[in-house]
Design a protein around this ligand. Structure first.
Ligand SMILES: [Zn+2]
Length: 313
């Protein structure tokens, strides 16, 4: 009896595109020896001035990468704002130009690209990527935290996003810390993000950048130090609340402000632990993100990989 050789399977790849206010990052994710691996990547400026132009740019970048790749199974893309994952529609996008509310973003991009497409919030994409392939791989319950312009987040359990009944779970930056507080970009008053965002640091100090604020704070400037202390104190309360609810194995912290390193992580961990009453304080763990600026694109690609029936191009 002769054995028939099994044909070499096509490499199955998925595309991930992460849209930010300044740049769009895109990657090709190919499963190699069972591990999703970035096999191609590109980055460019966000050029569109309307929602439709930005969605067309996403499609153009995806088609460019697909043209260089054999066997693309699908596309995932992330946007920096509210996404109704079930409906495939967008909500408020504070950091992108154009009118996004109720726009069927998933079907618009899917029609342009001709591939099965999924859409996700950018911080959720970050969380998925870090929980499966990055700083929290192998852990059970993971909370992703992105600290940049705003305060994003997400929850992953055993390497999959926990999105809740409606699909919106994980907006940890929009828990309310101050009743009747300052107006947040989401419309509510006193959200954690009104304290934990770049704009609040810049306004409190008059300094030109977050880097300058953390540097001046480290050198003992009292105004900069007070702004940094307030940022960390509010972030600690927000994460202590999340810990009380979820007792995660770890928080994975990324975004531009995480670059402050020990100046952020050491007091933050100390303060969260001081706020924990119904768990052992040493159960709180913070990990710096590992996947860098393409984490969101990787997460969007992973979502496409999970949700799309593989097919050969
Ligand atoms: Zn809010």
């Amino acid at each position: 009896m002769t054995s028939v050789p099994t044909p070499e399977p096509w490499p199955l790849s998925h595309l991930g595109v992460d849209v930010g206010g300044t740049n769009i990052k895109a990657i090709v994710l190919t499963e190699i020896d069972g591990t999703p691996t970035v096999t191609n990547r590109t980055e460019c400026r966000t050029l569109g001035e309307t929602a439709e132009e930005i969605l067309a740019q996403i499609a153009e970048i995806a088609l460019g990468l697909a043209g260089e790749t054999t066997g693309v199974g699908g596309l995932g893309f992330s946007l920096p704002g509210a996404i109704d994952r079930k409906a495939g529609t967008a909500g408020v996008m504070p950091n992108l130009p154009g009118s996004w509310h109720d726009l069927p973003v998933r079907s618009i991009v899917e029609d342009l690209v001709g591939l099965p497409t999924s859409v996700v919030n950018d911080a959720r994409a970050f969380t998925l990527a870090e929980s499966r392939l990055g700083a929290a791989r192998g852990l059970g319950t993971v909370v992703g935290v992105t600290l940049g312009t705003g305060f994003g987040g997400g929850v992953a359990i055993n390497g999959h996003l926990h999105e809740g009944a409606s699909g919106f779970a994980g907006e940890i930056g929009h828990q309310i810390l101050a009743i009747g507080g300052e107006r947040c970009g989401c419309g509510n008053l006193g959200c954690a993000e009104t304290f934990v965002r770049t704009q609040t640091l810049l306004e409190a100090t008059g300094l030109p950048s977050v880097h300058a604020i953390f540097t001046q704070a480290a050198q003992g400037d009292p105004v900069a130090a007070a702004a940094v202390n307030s940022y960390i104190a509010h972030l600690a309360v927000a994460l202590a609340n999340v810990h009380t609810l979820l007792c995660p194995d770890a928080f994975v912290i990324g975004g531009g402000i995480a670059a402050a390193g020990a100046q952020l992580f050491d007091p933050l961990l100390r303060q969260i632990r001081a706020l924990i009453t119904f768990d052992h304080p040493e159960s709180v763990h913070l990990r710096p993100a590992e996947l860098g600026s393409i984490a969101g694109a990787i997460g969007a690609g992973l979502l496409a990989m999970d949700g799309v029936e593989p097919r050969i191009a």
